[in-house]
Write a protein that binds this ligand. Structure first.
Ligand SMILES: *Cc1c(COP(=O)(O)O)cnc(C)c1O
Length: 366
């Protein structure tokens, strides 16, 4: 409405952009899945656990809320790392705690990548990897998965990456490479291979044992998915003690707060509860995958995670929007030039019944 004012505004925003390192204004920034406030939708879009965290977590958190919050937390989350070490059967010196595994991925990219120091990751995979590379102003190359979700190791190795990021189980596909196979890749890489195991709690196998034979393997884990603690923000990585010692210098001094440390340790200690919710999620996952294939004509690879990846058939952007209109949030994911599809998190059986019945309605209307 007022041209001179607009001109001034755009001059100011150009000047402001010039204050930054050039790669910051140039990048788009990561767009997390929608976290709607209000409306109470059925949330099947960000792979949160449909079941609450263990009651022991809530009890531990309540007991930790007192005047001790005056004090800084333990900078290295010793008690939590000891719990991780006990549960996984590793040395505590091999464990680094993080404010969610995204924090660990930030620490790893800060430590290993930068201008001229290449990051390689498969595609389609976790979209955050690109953002992390851009933040370090590091070159980033994506190597496509084959149609059967196997990986061309020659192509990865040929790039001589300084850092390789492998989500296993992968998102959005839910597929996983066998640990022996990941070990073959590790053996051929000169730099570190990060195996992002955010979904390992729902998988048949994991890559923890590779660390003994392959010093370049770094495994990251999250409490957000398997333990139903996405809101608490805790994860950990497991690597050789020498690797952890250097990474410790890169992290923020107090990257895990006092409550998170206590709550996450309580979660890890309740193995019975994890086994229970895991069994429920896996059973519902099988039912959901089967229905998407047989009733709705989608291609759905065998999932090792708490979501299913649907391509073709009813899996269209229009379906995503129609579901959203009915209060069911899923994630429409686009990998330009490669694939697009609908990623559906495994909810409770009731949520999935509602999803399937909504899909039936949508198919009838179209
Ligand atoms: C969810 C997710 C993470 C992040 O987990 P947080 O611990 O919540 O930060 C990391 N990697 C992948 C592949 C994920 O899907």
């Amino acid at each position: 409405m007022n041209a001179p004012a607009n001109a001034r505004t755009s001059a100011a925003s150009e000047e402001i952009a010039s204050w930054f390192q050039p790669h910051v204004p140039a990048m788009a920034g990561y767009t997390p899945g929608e976290q709607p406030r209000g409306g109470n939708p059925i949330k099947l879009n960000t792979n949160e656990n449909p079941y609450p965290p263990s009651p022991r977590v809530l009890e531990a958190l309540r007991n930790a809320i007192d005047e001790r919050l005056r004090l800084y937390p333990d900078p290295t989350a010793t008690a939590y790392r000891q719990t991780v070490a006990d549960v996984l059967g590793v040395d505590p010196a091999m464990v680094l705690a993080g404010n969610g595994s995204d924090d660990l991925l930030t620490i790893l990219t800060r430590a290993f990548a930068g201008p001229g120091r290449l990051i390689v990751a498969p595609t389609p995979s976790y979209i955050l990897y690109r953002t992390l590379a851009q933040l370090q102003n590091a070159p980033f190359v994506e190597v496509p998965y084959r149609d059967d979700w196997s990986l061309d190791f020659d192509a990865i190795v040929a790039h001589q990456p300084r850092l390789t990021l492998l989500a296993n189980p992968n998102s959005p596909s839910g597929t996983a490479l066998a640990p022996e196979h990941v070990g073959e890749l590790a053996a051929r890489l000169e730099g570190p291979l990060v195996v992002d195991e955010a979904y390992a709690d729902f998988a048949d196998a994991n890559c923890l044992n590779l660390i003994a034979r392959h010093p370049n393997v770094i495994v990251t884990r999250s409490l957000s998915k398997g333990y139903g603690l996405a809101g608490l923000r805790v994860g950990h990585l497991i690597a050789r003690p020498e690797v952890v010692a250097h990474l410790n210098k890169v992290k923020d001094s107090y990257n895990c707060d006092a409550l998170s440390i206590v709550g996450a340790a309580a979660a890890l200690k309740d193995a019975t509860y994890l086994a229970h919710t895991r069994r429920l999620v896996i059973a519902t996952r099988q039912r959901l995958a089967q229905a998407m294939r047989s009733q709705f004509g989608c291609q759905v690879p065998e999932s090792q995670a708490n979501f299913v990846w649907c391509v073709g058939g009813v899996a269209t952007e229009a379906t995503y929007l129609a579901l959203k209109e009915r209060g069911i949030l899923t994630r429409w994911m686009r990998y330009p030039g490669i694939v697009e599809g609908l990623r559906i998190s495994v909810g409770t059986d009731e949520h999935i019944d509602q999803l399937l019945s909504a899909l039936n309605d949508i198919v009838k209307l179209s």
